[in-house]
Design a protein around this ligand. Structure first.
Ligand code: AMP
Length: 295
């Protein structure tokens, strides 16, 4: 496994692998502090691609001025050891100066989708995400790029960007990996103490309850949102930022859900100072389909 710090080295290597050696390249972009959520993406990349590149870069342009860029957990040595175990071929770990050299002035904005939900709470966040992923896609030239459903809006935005700007990359989205308690794995969980970690379990419980209500026929978005809010509010140490139900493809806010259109029920909440996100997709389950088909 080679650790690459230079954009130029990454670009010339990718060109060689892709053009001369005709290898299939998979890219897994991360900000490091790796956990099993990241590893599930790497596992899939390993299964699908000849060459797996994992980028580790805490991207300053996607953090707001009051956010945790400075304190975000960083441990490249531990991450590199994990990645070597997972048979990753290359770790791309550039410095900020390497990614944004002096005079850098080009940013990518995915209009429409970037200003709702996470974008409303974190102005400029998706401009930073789209820009860094565009640079990574150009540097690594992957056939496949792997992202997690944990960041559902990010996944939708990046798919749109890849389509609009004709990147020669297929975006693959993989399911949320959770701890036993149901808490979605996140590098930011490292900020939580034991009591907060336990309290944070309410987020997944609330989403699961709403999904049961949906499965039982509750298709009124406001009522489902209220159910999620009530459950979370029963945990005094958790403060809701937003709870929302949107079309899972267009992110249009929905009043009523139907069986044809998958809906994204997503939320953000603070546990102490730590901001966590989570979501579920509400759609007619295959189990129900199968039951229907069976008569
Ligand atoms: P991050 O390092 O937090 O920027 O995440 C890098 C990638 O891993 C993103 O595509 C995330 O959506 C994905 N990811 C983070 N947490 C999880 C999780 N619990 N399950 C699945 N994917 C995840």
């Amino acid at each position: 496994m080679e650790i690459i710090n230079r954009r130029k080295r990454m670009m010339s290597l990718a060109r060689k692998l892709r053009r001369e050696e005709n290898r299939t390249i998979g890219l897994v972009p991360t900000m490091g502090a790796l956990h099993e959520g990241h590893l599930s993406l790497i596992h899939e990349a390993r299964a699908l691609c000849d060459i797996v590149v994992v980028s580790v870069f805490v991207n300053p342009t996607q953090f707001g001025p009051q956010e945790d860029f400075a304190s975000y957990p960083r441990d490249l040595t531990a991450d590199a050891a994990t990645l070597a175990e997972y048979n990753v071929d290359y770790v791309f770990a550039p410095t900020v100066e390497e990614m944004y050299p002096g005079g850098f002035s080009t940013y990518v904005t995915v209009e429409g989708l970037s200003h709702e939900l996470e974008g409303a709470s974190r102005p400029g966040h998706f401009r930073g995400v789209a820009t860094v992923v565009a640079i990574l896609l150009n540097a690594v030239r992957p056939h496949f790029a792997f992202f997690g459903q944990k960041d559902a809006q990010q996944s939708i935005i990046l798919k749109q960007m890849v389509r609009d700007l004709a990147f020669d990359t297929e975006v693959v989205i993989l399911p949320i990996v959770r701890e036993e308690s149901g808490l979605a794995m996140s590098s930011r969980n490292a900020y939580l103490d034991d009591r907060q970690r336990k309290a944070a379990g309410v987020l997944h419980r609330a989403l699961t309850q709403a999904r049961s209500a949906y499965d039982d026929g509750e298709h009124n978005a406001a009522r489902l949102i209220e159910l999620v809010r009530e459950t979370i509010e029963s945990e005094p140490s958790v403060r809701i930022d937003y709870v929302s139900i949107n079309d899972a493809v267009s992110l249009e806010p929905l009043d009523r859900l139907d069986d044809e259109q998958p809906a994204l029920l997503s939320l953000a909440a603070f546990v102490g100072k730590t901001r966590l996100i989570d979501n579920v997709v509400l759609e007619k389950s295959r189990k129900q389909d199968a039951a229907g088909a069976g008569g």
